[in-house]
Write a protein that binds this ligand. Structure first.
Ligand SMILES: Nc1ncnc2c1ncn2[C@@H]1O[C@H](COP(=O)(O)OP(=O)(O)O)[C@@H](O)[C@H]1O
Ligand SMILES: O=C(COP(=O)(O)O)[C@H](O)[C@H](O)COP(=O)(O)O
Length: 290
């Protein structure tokens, strides 16, 4: 925990919706006058696209078929831990970008599949915002969960996650459905062992559940819309959460367990703002006091 320089960690698999959720956080930061510095998990991949391809090929030939971007060892998690720790202690740090596609290439002036140079965070910020695959990892080498002050999981049920990934990777990253399917299959072992355990570390999980048939996610023509889904919101520690207030403010919501509420999919943005704003305000207030 880094009270003076707090860290928010939003964790989700590829296609889960963490980049989309970032825009809700950005709205809260803007409205509350909070200055956040942001880092993307992809910045801490160990290899650029060509080197990753080569590493995959070498490992495949030597019998390792479970290696992928989800694996701990495909990422610089010690470096990420160092950045979390440095920010928590000093409010300083550095990051870079992994460029996925042409639009990002134009924005950053670096070709797709490469990293930009590292650059320092703005010197004055109220908090650090991380969004990516590994922001709550606890393993033999690192404990990122212990360094983050507010931890959020973004976890659609898996068919929906795959549909979201396939559609996003096809539409903006130029991959075919077959190529994305191969990636999903190759990443499954590490999904179970490196991604899922983080969602017991998170303080709040947002799990989108479609209410339309997604039995064959590989032929879905569009991503189920907000109106075609519900969101289960689960609090690790429900103490202090005002459930009667939330269920009265969010039309159509109900409690499904003592620590979970269910909301209509089109209320996700509102629910996030109602739930997260006071938690973020408290982090910043305590930081200013410290
Ligand atoms: N709540 C949502 N409703 C509908 N589509 C969504 C929702 N969240 C994410 N998506 C879509 O899913 C795809 C993947 O989302 P993205 O935020 O890029 O995932 P991530 O950053 O976790 O890989 C995008 O096409 C995005 O528009
Ligand atoms: O899995 C992720 C996570 O990112 P996201 O959540 O944004 O998908 C990788 O960054 C890309 O897949 C990189 O691979 P590629 O080199 O194929 O772009």
């Amino acid at each position: 925990m880094s009270k003076k320089h707090p860290i928010i960690s939003v964790v989700g698999s590829s296609g889960a919706g963490t980049s989309t959720v970032k825009s809700t956080f950005d709205q809260i930061f803007r409205r509350e006058g909070i200055k956040a510095v942001s880092i993307e998990g992809d910045a801490f991949h160990r290899f650029n696209r060509a080197d990753m391809k080569e590493e995959l090929q070498n490992r495949y030939e030597s019998g390792d078929q479970g290696f992928s971007h989800f694996s701990y060892e495909a990422n610089e998690l010690k470096e990420l831990e160092r950045v979390f720790r440095e920010y928590g202690e000093t409010g300083k740090g550095k990051t870079r970008h992994y460029v996925h596609d042409d639009a990002e290439a134009e924005k950053y002036g670096t070709p797709p599949g490469h990293f930009t140079d590292w650059s320092e965070f703005d010197s004055q910020s109220d908090l650090l915002f991380y969004e990516g695959l590994h922001g709550c990892v606890v393993n033999d080498e690192v404990n990122l969960s212990a360094l983050a002050d507010l931890k959020i999981g973004v976890v659609p049920v898996i068919n929906l996650e795959w549909i979201q990934k396939i559609h996003r990777d096809r539409a903006s990253r130029g991959y075919t459905t077959e190529a994305v399917t191969d990636v999903i299959l190759r990443r499954m072992h590490a999904y179970v062992h490196c991604i899922c355990p983080q969602f017991t570390e998170t303080d709040i999980n947002f799990q989108r559940v479609p209410v339309v048939d997604t039995s064959n996610p590989f032929i879905a023509r569009w991503i189920p819309t907000a109106d075609e889904s519900l969101v289960v919101i689960r609090f690790k520690n429900p103490r202090g959460i005002d459930f009667p207030y939330l269920t009265s403010m969010i039309a159509g919501s109900w409690m499904s367990r003592a620590n979970s509420i269910v909301i209509p999919g089109n209320k996700q943005d509102l629910a996030m703002q109602l739930i997260l704003t006071p938690l973020i305000e408290r982090l910043v207030r305590e930081a200013q006091r410290a």
